[in-house]
Write a protein of this length. Sequence first.
Length: 202
Amino acid sequence: MLKMLLNAPVIYQSFQEVGGFFGARVKAIAEFLAIEPGISVLDIGCGPGYILNYISDKVHYVGYDIDQSYIDHANSKFGARGSFYCKMFDATSANQLYPVDIVMMNGVIHHISDAELAGTLANVRSVLRPGGTLFSLDGCYRTGQSAFRKWMLDNDRGHFVRDQAGYRAILGSVFEDVELHVREGYSRIPYTFVIGLSRKAH
């Protein structure tokens, strides 16, 4: 029932904001990512597009998501700020885009198996400019985390939540420079996040 409700863009966004999970994205971006006017951003798994409320309107923004209702909502509310596409981000998509400075995957990687993710990350790397960054935010298992935080991860809609070593291995298989940070104070509901900064070499 909850999964069905979350398919509605406004309900999904409200759930994300009440639990503090959307706020976690905003906090992580503020702490680790400099999105300056004039740069280009590709947002894979953009949802209904509300991150644009926290990004300069001088940024060149493109969002991808596989949920048509989210993309319809994003186009309706933020269509003047960016371009939105309801499609998988694959090799064809990457070849159709100009090189970008930043790719964001907020709450996406833990929904994808290692086998599928390797191809997705290769496509991400191909669309990044030299020196560009993949910014990712996901749930993360860690030794000593509270039973509630572990329960939240065990019951996440994503079936591929990893520990820090797991994220480093898959990201490092594609990117030359991978930096990971674990945070537990980002959301109202207790949750363990890992922020990934995966950089393409110059």
